[in-house]
Ligand binder design. Structure first.
Ligand SMILES: [Zn+2]
Length: 467
């Protein structure tokens, strides 16, 4: 605890000093960002290094991003500001699309690092078996709000909420309330919960579709978090929403071949057979890998290579904050190190004609556009493409942990962390500005989170049986 507090103070001090430091290493003195986020519907990010993640557009060593309302209007060098435009001086900064998380159980926000050494078996026993039955709707609300705000703080602008806290319709509505209040782009994947008297999964999907999320063009869209059951998949298709499923076994997809489609996302996939990989590829489904969780909790070896070999849409997911961090920089580093380690080992064993080593370019693409593909949102987010939603992150490479800037992707993937996330925009609105979340009552958040945590974990520690 002492360590984390002193580290936070050190980073905060470093961030404040960065502006002065930036001037000292050549950035103009007026590069200091204003205290308040830009207002108005036309905002021009000027003079940044822009990594669009759109192969057709490429990068700009010095470029501008023009936001109009919710969308990216233009990306290029020396764009005209035009009448009524708020210009943000982004010289010396790096702009990327926001990270896209393809699988996270946001209701566990208040249970962060409650199971730091846990295995998958212990997680099922303690979190799902003991804590989940105790959830009240307000616990789901605050867990979702906290986890979503933590994601935004770290530059994650889209998250698929795999919400297996559907103990009742009120729990679902509370999950949605937390997501909406946070301002993050979210796919609410309605999942099962504790099977008490008010449990209404999966049929309540139809009510959610009708009353809560009737369209697919809002900031929050709908999916079904399902098992490997064709009847549940059929319900999702009746509601015209995508399907996201954990796949932890071997051979479990084989009986589902005729039901698999491009609206399916398969999570983990650590132990699939080659035939199952071919089925996913042939039917157009996407794969979500939660590398740190899979390695730490025992799911298996994260299947980056198989996903790359089969050219399936591939995204990263945090999964559970009960055991791992909710930020994406570490996710990217882990993916890169693991894929390369396994290939180096194969080479040492004498194997020839190996696939290429993963690069920082590739892993940054997986963390952004890849995630958007897996979440069925690549038409709207995942790259800085004109016409897409303005979901973007402004990163500061001038901090003491990153400078001097030599390779921008290298800086983002290998050197940065949440302290480098200066500004975050979702659908054209600043959700984090100058290192701080915008319009978030942190005292209220802390109070609600701690009282929810006390209720959920104190009960568990007292040995209260699941009801
Ligand atoms: Zn999961």
């Amino acid at each position: 605890m002492t360590m984390s507090i002193s580290r936070r103070n050190f980073i905060a001090a470093g961030t404040g000093a960065t502006l002065i430091g930036a001037a000292a290493i050549g950035a103009p003195a007026d590069a200091k960002a204003p205290v308040d986020p830009p207002r108005g519907t036309r905002v021009l990010m000027r003079g940044a290094r822009v990594l669009t993640q759109d192969p057709a557009i490429g990068d700009f060593p010095v470029g501008d991003v023009l936001i109009e309302g919710e969308r990216i209007a233009a990306v290029g060098a020396s764009l005209e500001a035009g009448e009524g435009t708020t210009v943000v001086d982004a010289r010396g900064m790096i702009v990327i699309p926001g990270f896209v998380d393809t699988h996270r159980h946001l209701w566990q926000g208040v249970l962060r690092h409650a199971l730091p050494d846990g295995t998958l078996e212990q997680y099922f026993q303690r979190i799902i078996g003991e804590v989940r039955p105790r959830l009240e709707p307000e616990d789901v609300y605050i867990g979702n709000l906290l986890s979503a705000l933590g994601a935004l703080h770290a530059g994650v602008t889209t998250v698929l909420d795999w919400s297996h806290a559907g103990n009742s319709p009120a729990h679902s509505d509370a999950a949605l309330e937390g997501l909406r209040e946070s301002g993050i782009r979210a796919i609410y994947a309605f999942g099962t919960g504790h099977r008490g008297p008010a449990h209404a999964w999966p049929k309540d999907l139809l009510r959610l579709r009708r009353e809560q999320i009737p369209a697919d063009d809002g900031l929050v869209t709908l999916a079904l978090a399902a098992g490997l059951d064709p009847a549940d998949w059929a319900l999702a298709r009746e509601a015209a929403v995508p399907i996201t499923s954990h796949v932890n076994g071997t051979g479990t997809l084989l009986p589902l071949a005729e039901h698999m489609g491009p609206d399916n996302t398969y999570i983990h996939c650590c132990r699939l057979t080659p035939e199952e990989w071919r089925l996913i590829a042939d039917t157009g489904g996407g794969v979500s890998i939660a590398g740190p969780v899979e390695m730490q909790m025992g799911h298996g070896v994260p299947p980056f290579q198989a996903a790359l070999d089969h050219r399936v849409p591939l995204g990263l997911g945090n999964d559970v904050e009960t055991s791992v961090s909710g930020e994406f920089f570490g996710q990217m580093r882990m993916a890169l190190a693991l894929q390369r380690m396994l290939l180096h080992e194969r080479a040492r064993r004498g194997e020839r004609d190996l696939p290429p080593l993963m690069t920082v370019r590739e892993v940054l693409s997986i963390a952004t556009l890849g995630g958007a593909r897996v979440n069925h949102l690549a038409g709207r987010t995942g790259s800085l493409t004109p016409g897409k939603q303005a979901d973007l992150v402004v990163l500061d490479p001038g901090t003491i942990n990153v400078l001097p800037l030599n390779d921008p992707r290298g800086a983002v993937v290998q050197s940065m962390d949440t302290a480098n996330v200066r500004h975050v925009f979702v659908a054209g609105r600043a959700r984090k500005w100058n290192g701080r979340l915008v319009k978030v009552d942190e005292a209220r958040l802390r109070r609600l989170a701690e009282s929810s945590r006390d209720r959920l974990l104190a009960a568990r520690e007292a040995g209260t049986p699941a009801t």
